[in-house]
Design a binder for this molecule. Structure first.
Ligand code: ZN
Length: 352
């Protein structure tokens, strides 16, 4: 009889795509990421975006101040690429020891992206400078336009923007973040060694049917939006493949419940508290648990040139579903709902 793996020890992982927000929201959520991850690539899309190295330093300070006592979590900062980004700022970022990437949001693609790039090709000198400094370009891979269906944004972006960009900048490392489609997976699988990609737990667990199950479900709304079932299957095949440049990025993106349960609901799922257990459950379902340590704790680190973390995490399968996490209190009357899968969660993570 084949022995079923029910426990797995891995080095403390890093989260290669995380939204920590700012102010009271930051103070309410940072501890959960710091509990499970050694480092995180922190997204720069604050209400006032992080566009300079000085702002990245200041934001980093606010994050560190919000950490629990004696916590060694390291925020890896990013800058927000705008049409106004200069080569001089890229050089400052590359020479700093706090900025680890520059983030490309197409204008208006997601939360706080009004400052995003309108024409990537116009930024070629900036991208050349990033390649010279070894700074990766982190990409929200969606093309928007009046004739582009919301479910096709990623596919169209890859064809119209990303493939030409990688051809123009063969030395530039790029990360296609939160891949949601078969085309996105294929882009990384077929790509050169400069191309990596991150996968979220929720895009591995959910597809667009989950947004409509029994009524419109704002807590399942995220961007890039959930896709067809067949795309979720392609993502799951990708984790089985053990590809060396596909790695963990939760895209955990908290919003107050009042902003989710609204006529214009904000995009994002808050997955940080259970992230490792959520991923473990998917890897287990796919018979790919042996790949999970590399996915979470080695591949992204190799891509970013970071050492493997020293601490360890134990993941164990539970015979009963683990308890649903409590809502997070941000301020009186302001709460966040952590994601919990409706079919239950049978994995638990602990620091060992
Ligand atoms: Zn994101």
């Amino acid at each position: 009889m084949q022995r079923v793996t029910d426990q797995l020890d891995i080095p403390v992982p890093d989260d290669f795509h995380l939204h920590l927000r700012d102010g009271e929201l930051l103070r309410a959520v940072v501890a959960e990421s710091a509990r499970w991850f050694g480092r995180a690539i922190v997204m720069p899309n604050l209400a006032s975006p992080v566009v300079t190295v000085a702002q990245a330093f200041a934001y980093r300070e606010r994050i560190v101040r919000a950490l629990p006592a004696n916590n060694s979590f390291v925020p890896l900062m990013t800058l927000y690429l705008t049409d106004q980004m200069t080569v001089a700022e890229v050089k400052r970022a590359g020479a700093s020891d706090v900025v680890f990437g520059i983030k490309l949001y197409p204008a208006h693609a997601t939360t706080n992206s009004a400052h995003g790039v309108t024409d990537v090709a116009a930024l070629d000198p900036v991208l050349d400078a990033m390649a010279d400094m070894g700074l990766p370009l982190l990409i929200h891979g969606e093309k928007l336009g009046p004739d582009i269906d919301v479910f096709d944004r990623e596919k169209v972006f890859i064809k119209d923007v990303l493939i030409p960009l990688v051809r123009r900048h063969p030395q530039l490392r790029v990360v296609l973040e939160h891949i949601t489609t078969e085309e996105g997976v294929q882009f990384v699988l077929d790509g050169p060694e400069t191309v990596g990609g991150t996968l979220t737990a929720h895009h591995l667990l959910l597809d667009r049917n989950d947004m409509f199950r029994g009524g419109l479900r704002p807590h399942h709304y995220c961007l890039p939006v959930l896709k067809r079932m067949e795309h979720k299957r392609a993502l799951r095949r990708a984790i089985r493949s053990g590809h060396p440049r596909l790695f963990l990025g939760t895209d955990s993106a908290p919003h107050p419940i009042s902003a989710k349960e609204a006529s214009h609901c904000c995009a994002g799922l808050y997955t940080a508290p259970l992230a490792l257990a959520l991923y473990a459950q998917v890897f287990d379902e796919e018979g790919a648990l042996k790949q999970f340590g590399a996915f979470a704790s080695h591949r992204g680190q190799a891509f970013y040139g970071l050492p493997v973390n020293l601490g360890r995490i134990r993941l164990s399968r539970q015979s009963r579903p683990v308890e649903v996490p409590e809502r997070v209190l941000v301020a009186p009357g302001v709460e966040i709902l952590p994601f919990y899968p409706e079919d239950g969660l049978h994995w638990r993570a602990e620091r060992i």
